[in-house]
Design a protein. Structure first.
Length: 138
């Protein structure tokens, strides 16, 4: 694998981690939202990553970038809370809250941030190695 392929892999990884950070921040922003029905309640979202292996099968030493295959909604149950005095309460007196776990989302944010930072460092180290290689010819 050439050093130029490293930039392709780290770039795709940084793009994927950026999507992960955006979905995590969206989950955190909606963690305290309230709705009067389960159908209208915000559901936590998570990106699904996939290696782009199909393009690179059979190529020895090929770099395999990452892509975002999609964003899926969490299947965890919503939180129903009995609060008949709430203005958004339904006929039975319940309000519905999202299935967002703030602690899990904070851990996801830290993990995505560190992965992004690691990929930046790998790209920077590769750039320095390429520059040193070019300077050897002087």
């Amino acid at each position: 694998m050439s050093l130029f392929n490293v930039f392709n892999v780290t770039g795709s990884a940084m793009s994927a981690e950026s999507v992960r950070l955006n979905t995590t921040s969206s989950n955190l922003a909606n963690a305290n939202s309230v709705s009067s029905s389960a159908a209208e309640t915000y559901k936590a979202r998570h990106p699904v990553f996939a290696a782009e292996l199909n393009r690179f099968n059979g190529q020895q030493g090929a770099s395999v970038p990452v892509s975002v295959a999609g964003i899926v909604e969490s299947q965890k149950p919503l939180r129903a809370e009995y609060n008949p005095d709430h203005p958004m309460a339904n006929a039975e007196g319940y309000i519905f809250k999202p299935n967002v776990n703030v602690m899990e989302e904070m851990a996801n944010m830290i993990s995505a941030s560190r992965s992004y930072q690691t990929n930046v460092e790998v790209a920077e180290a590769s750039k320095q190695m390429l520059m040193r290689t070019l300077q050897m010819g002087k």
